[in-house]
Design a protein around this ligand. Structure first.
Ligand code: SF4
Length: 505
């Protein structure tokens, strides 16, 4: 299918190399440390998708370099390409993207480099120029050709990678283009908010992966689905057929190819509860291969909810509790995603969140904890544009040292950028560590706190009580580091520690 031709002044053209920067905690470009091949890489689907669109638009031929799997510092032939494109998806990825940009521009002028993706396109022109001086800022909308864009598939792009890499991707968790857009507009959210959910050609993309897996003797694939709220079409005004059709496509691909799928996705509790009332829907969900749903639990900690829980589970009074009970009864794992430590949080509210966390883990024996200290201001969310933030010294510090964007990763402990007040920072981290420790003790945790980049010599990440629990957690992943870790040298050991902490998925 050929897409309609339109003026593409800002888009890369000719022979284009897409560079996917390394994982933020494995990026060695600035330190000169030995290259670390990412033990749990993911297929960079967004650049593949952009590459497929560029080729459909007749912009040229696209090739790829994945900094997760190959040492970028050894790549020097950038001048052989007409243009270099760097993908910057989450806010923390600005840090490795900056290092990648610095490396690439040793070989080609910045005018031949474009940066796109959620975090790059959310920067103001001035912010972008400060970080990536002379480069071109490309937005995803400049690639969007209405409904046509949603029918593009990535299989042929995958064939351009070395065979070893293809095997690595197919045996790791893949990303399945499912949908994008969410009708809600939470302040902290940097995704595509306040827009109708739009769907990709899930069946064809899945078939592309399955056929390639089958040819290599792989009979099961794991996927994370891109939808922001999987059951959003079950809410009032939604079109449920769009969801059920895709589930049927997934089942049909499995039957056609003989490749089994294991899938997980995120959902809001209210959407999930709305979906519970739809006859046959969860049969399709299970038949397609879904095993886990992640629920946002932030803001759910209310005294009413806690009272309900303390009375026992026969009077489940909230969407969250109903959704959890339903998931467990139906053989699905409910994951609890907490974002806590917003400016409004106090000891009292954090206590409630912790009580909810421990309560849910106890009441639902299959549920899994994922907790994230809030990052209130990230490029693309509404807080990022507020004058109080743009006028702050913290904002200026962040822009003056792009390594600090690593501190905006949701898995990072509260830090001097996300929580400039040291008392609030220590309070948030105390609860982050306490909840993580409780979940670790039950063996039910899937989110791992990383150590932020310090600004001051003594960044005051946590108090002595929290450090004791943190040390205990570190001992599970990195006993060799735990033996020398003290509250005063956390920041010094950041690099080796973060390399050993399992990556949040
Ligand atoms: S946090 Fe979830 S519900 Fe809120 S806007 Fe983002 S995707 Fe939508």
């Amino acid at each position: 299918m050929k897409l309609p031709q339109v003026s593409q002044n800002n888009l890369p053209k000719g022979r284009i190399l897409f560079v996917h920067p390394p994982y933020v905690h494995y990026s060695q470009l600035s330190t000169g440390a030995p290259f670390l091949r990412d033990p749990s890489p993911f297929l960079p689907v967004a650049p593949l998708y952009a590459g497929a669109l560029l080729e459909e638009l007749g912009q040229g031929h696209v090739e790829y370099f994945d900094g997760q799997l190959h040492d970028l510092s050894q790549k020097t032939d950038f001048d052989e390409y007409d243009e270099i494109a760097i993908a910057v998806m989450g806010a923390q990825n600005v840090a490795p993207a900056f290092e990648t940009f610095r490396h690439v521009t040793k070989f080609v002028p910045p005018e031949r480099v474009s940066l796109g993706g959620q975090a790059a396109e959310s920067l103001s022109r001035a912010e972008f120029d400060t970080l990536f001086s002379g480069a071109r800022q490309v937005s995803r909308t400049s690639l969007d050709r209405g409904e046509h864009a949603y029918h593009v598939t990535v299989g042929k792009q995958l064939d351009k990678f070395p065979e070893d890499d293809v095997m690595t991707y197919l045996t790791s968790e893949l990303t399945l283009p499912f949908s994008q857009g969410c009708i809600f507009g939470c302040n902290f959210c940097g995704a595509q908010t306040r827009q109708k959910e739009r769907f990709f050609d899930t069946g064809s993309n899945l078939e592309g992966f399955a056929v390639r897996a089958k040819a290599r003797g792989i009979d099961e694939l794991s996927f994370y689905c891109t939808s922001l709220d999987f059951f959003q079409q079950a809410l009032k005004g939604g079109d449920l057929q769009k969801l059920t059709q895709r589930l049927e496509h997934i089942i049909a691909v499995r039957e056609r190819t003989g490749v089994n799928f294991r899938l997980r996705a995120l959902t809001r509790a209210d959407s999930y509860v709305a979906a519970m009332g739809v006859e046959g829907l969860f049969d399709l969900v299970r038949e397609a291969g879904f095993h886990t749903f992640g629920f946002g639990a932030d803001g759910a900690a209310s005294t009413t909810l806690l009272r309900v829980m303390k009375r026992g589970s026969d009077e489940l009074g909230s969407d969250l509790l109903r959704a959890f009970a339903h998931a467990e009864e139906n053989g699905l794992v409910p994951e609890i995603l907490y974002v806590f430590g917003i400016p409004e949080d106090t000891t009292e509210t954090l206590n409630e969140t912790k009580a909810l966390c421990v309560g849910l883990l106890s009441e639902f024996p299959h549920s899994i904890y994922r907790g994230f200290p809030a990052k209130n201001e990230i490029p693309g969310n509404r807080n990022w544009r507020k004058p109080g933030w743009l006028d702050s010294a913290t904002y200026r510090t962040l822009l003056s040292d792009p390594r600090l964007f690593a501190n905006l990763g949701f898995e990072a402990l509260a830090n001097e950028i996300s929580h400039p007040d040291p008392e609030q920072r220590k309070l948030v981290n105390r609860y982050a560590v306490e909840m993580s420790h409780a979940a670790h003790s039950m063996g039910r945790v899937l989110s791992y706190l990383t150590v932020p980049v310090p600004v001051a010599e003594q960044p005051a990440f946590m108090d002595a009580g929290a450090f004791e629990l943190f040390h205990d957690i570190v001992n599970r992943y990195a006993p060799q580091i735990a033996s020398e870790l003290t509250i005063d040298n956390i920041a010094d050991l950041r690099g080796p520690l973060n390399e050993l902490i399992p990556k949040d998925k």
